[in-house]
Design a protein around this ligand. Structure first.
Ligand code: GCO
Ligand code: MG
Length: 403
């Protein structure tokens, strides 16, 4: 049996911060897992290095389920993004090791491919509706079949999803959180116009998505969903904060627009009611923040009973290690829906060489044993950690709001 002899936490910042756990086994096999929690990276790094690593040394790397239970139940303090990201990193690294030892790509260990490849959606952002449509058309020409649309809101200086000219999205760019101003009234006017223009320009076959980023109340979300119905969105995402899961019933009473929720979820308990009461259509919980492959499979299995499909988070603050894991997971689960795809920078891709590939609007994890992604530690060591925060949002009168 492969015994874990060493475990190291690698922090690198090739343009943005990533935390990676690398496990070493006595017979030389290694495995990696992503532990990045955007804006709170060092908390997970410490959780791993100070509290988890000492418990791993000497364990049988094949006992993935037992190690998961040990870390979850054994800590006494359950759930939460820091804990669950740390457990995820261990879990994914163990699956990577198991795949390498079996000589099989991870999806084969998860039951094999349920489809040829995973449908992915990209982002089209723009300050104006016209800019957003132009970007969407360019993405369609690159082969994307599903496109998320976010545009600036007239009267607001900045808004979620829209980069400043010349900058890339996703931000986490300030030594202290920057502040943005939000107006629900202004926002609710522009989104239906964006979707009308997009449907007109892109035709009926491209899937159109939108991220509300937790900014509406349930009844406002119901209105937005209803206003968008004529344009047949694939989904609206995070229409309202989901701590109060029953709140989604109110949205359901007002619209047939599909709802996707859950990039901030870290356990099955965050979405149990949403799934069992069929209040959502897609669950966005992802490998790194929801306890790894082992726990995400449990969420997907529950969701499958209720015809809820997966739509894993895949922004650039999730490292290529998570992208690979999400693709193995997505390829294998019966109720896969779609996978988010924000390409990483060339700098990041060089630090994390990987086997996954994009073709014709879909992605495949590749057939390398294990995850099919590695970390170039020498290159990684050249990029020092730099504290960076996500922005905060305030209403026009200064009230703190959801970002
Ligand atoms: C998405 C997300 C991201 C998050 C980011 C936070 O749908 O891709 O909303 O844009 O804001 O991942 O770290
Ligand atoms: Mg989102």
């Amino acid at each position: 049996m492969p015994i874990i002899t060493d475990a190291r936490v690698i922090i690198t910042s090739p343009g943005r911060n990533f935390v990676t756990l690398k496990l070493h086994c006595d017979e030389g096999t290694t495995g990696i897992g992503d532990a990045t929690l955007n804006g709170r990276e060092l908390a997970v790094a410490s959780y791993l290095a100070d509290h988890v690593v000492p418990c791993l040394i000497g364990r049988d790397a094949h006992r993935i389920e037992d190690i998961w239970q040990y870390l979850y139940k054994g800590a006494y303090w359950r759930r939460g993004p820091v804990t669950m990201s740390a457990i995820a990193a261990v879990d994914v690294a163990l699956w990577d090791i198991k795949g390498k030892l079996a000589g099989l790509p991870l999806y084969q260990l998860l039951g094999g491919a349920s489809r040829e490849a995973c449908l992915v959606y990209c982002h089209a952002n723009g300050t104006t509706i016209e800019d957003t449509i132009a970007t969407a058309l360019a993405h369609r020409d690159e082969g994307y079949r599903a496109i998320r649309l976010q545009c600036g809101v007239p009267g607001l200086a900045s808004t979620y999803g829209v980069a400043k000219p010349g900058q890339r999205y996703e931000p986490a760019d300030a030594a202290l959180p920057s502040e943005a101003i939000w107006s629900t009234e202004k926002y609710l006017r522009v989104v239906p116009e964006l979707f009308a223009a997009a449907r007109e320009a892109l035709g009926p076959d491209i899937h159109l998505l939108h991220d509300v980023h937790h900014r509406l109340t349930p009844i406002e979300a119901g209105r937005l969903g209803r206003d968008l119905e004529p344009y047949r969105p694939f989904w609206i995402e995070d229409p309202t904060p989901a701590e109060q899961q029953e709140g989604f019933r109110l949205i359901r009473q007002h619209t047939t627009t599909p709802i996707a929720v859950g990039e901030v979820f870290n356990s099955i308990w965050d979405c149990k009611t949403l799934i069992e009461q069929q209040l959502i259509d897609y669950v966005r919980a992802t490998v790194v923040h929801a306890g790894g492959i082992t726990h995400l499979r449990r969420i997907a299995a529950l969701a499958d009973l209720y015809q809820v499909r997966t739509g894993c988070h895949g922004a650039t603050d999730l490292s290529p290690v998570t992208m690979a894991a999400a693709l193995h997971f997505g390829l294998s689960v019966p109720n896969f829906g779609v996978q988010e795809h924000m390409p990483h920078t060339a700098e990041t891709d060089a630090v994390f060489p990987h086997a996954y590939r994009f073709e014709d609007g879909r992605m495949h994890p590749g057939n390398a044993p294990g995850l099919g992604v590695d970390i170039d530690e020498e290159l990684a060591a050249g990029y020092d950690y730099k504290r960076a925060y996500l922005p905060v949002n305030r209403l026009e009168d200064g009230t703190l709001w959801s970002w």
